[in-house]
Ligand binder design. Sequence first.
Ligand code: NAD
Length: 489
Amino acid sequence: MDELKIFIGGQWRCGGGHQMQSLFPADGSANARLHAASLDDLEEAIACAQEAWRAPAWRNSLPHLRARILHKVADLIESRVDELAKMQSRDNGKPLAEARGLVMSAAGTARYFAAACELLEGELPTPRQADLLTLSQYEPLGVVAAITPWNSPIASEMQKVAPAIAAGNAVILKPAEATPLMALELARIFEQAGLPPGLLSVLPGKGSVIGDALARHPKVRKISFTGSTTTGRHLAHVAAEKLIPASLELGGKSPTIVLEDADIELAARGICHGIFSSGGQACIAGSRLFVHEQVYAPLMARLLELTRGLRLGHPFTEGTHVGPLISDQHRQSVLDYVALAKREGGRVLCGGEIPADPALASGSYFQPTIIEGLSNGARVCQEEIFGPVLVAMPFSDEAELIREANRSVYGLAAGIWTRDTARALRLSEQLEVGTVWINTYKTFSISAPFGGFKESGLGREKGIQGLKVWMQQKSIFLATGNSVNHWCD
Ligand code: NAD
């Protein structure tokens, strides 16, 4: 097996850190071997980045140039969708159909920020004072850090790298330990698209070593992080010490609500997708289900039927709904949560176990699981499991429902299933979450801002302000007359 090179300041070479492996979660086989970045590699990447973003050719580049690079990146991605999707699947076990969706979304993100940087306008604050023209323009921050998790590589990486580059910065990307393949391939694509050397470095390695040193580095002027709330809180402290902006996309425990007038078939299918796609390894997984007691029985019957029909299988097999979890270690933590749910009084209605099928024995597979009989205060309803585990709870009173849906440290997303749009909008306003889906779930648009309330995050990605968060505003005052300042008379 070839040793993968890492991308430091425009050069491909062996990292100076410990040896790491990318493993295929479907069977534990090794995809690639590589050496992590060392602290010296980090220093070099940052020195190159500092030089590259200040180079006049980049600093004074017209948005056209940055847009052209991003469109080329999108073209290159679109010309290799199947190959990149397979690489994504090998990296984290996602079924090919889902991986394809992420690859296409990465291309779309590059195109969106290509357009956004061309359209970005400064401001001319008014009313202006006599004899003064006041301009406010957006400028890049400089060297910025992007730190990403393993669950949706390429898409989550592009969500940071594309706007950071569009805004004129230099980016150091630290991907998750488990998924270095996609991040390194993304670097190759940016290189092929003509991004000048030094503007993107990809430094795989341990979060507590390379990620931490990157965030703390005095030359790094922004931290953009997606990952767990624990790490996010740590990085918020680091950013506060340095007085730099931090944008944090963190964990979730999202409620899905089925009202008494919901279309049961639509709701059951949406809930099933919302929790079990990606094996529940999604920050936005709809993991707490609140169903009005009048429709609890029919909704649960249909949901169980759909869940039992899901095809758990190899990510490369067409038609697989649920692939393996990222690792055996992660699967064990999901299994521990199911055991905890039982101790807390929960009844497992389906799943809850490692599948017995010998064809799945070598991968980190886990059955899609539905539990009932718990109250929302149970630990499995309050802690992020990040696996295919749904807890269902009936409700009868709307005020009580809102209280319970909001009773969580998280506030990432929520779903509402109802035929009453006005009621859905009223409930949406009462939910303390960053995204509400009505009669749909896990649908995205690059133009709609995304981010969390409460401990699910700080700041927003996507949308036009998803570009501005990678910039800082400068106000310029220009005297248009020759009036003498009499202060020192
Ligand atoms: P994680 O916090 O363990 O790791 C995320 C990244 O941070 C990795 O690259 C890791 O190496 C790095 N890291 C770890 N410790 C660090 C430190 N001390 N300093 C700097 N970097 C450090 O999270 P994970 O297990 O990779 O991902 C799963 C989590 O991500 C879940 O909680 C999930 O909800 C969250 N997530 C959130 C979103 C969102 O948009 N809100 C999207 C995807 C995943």
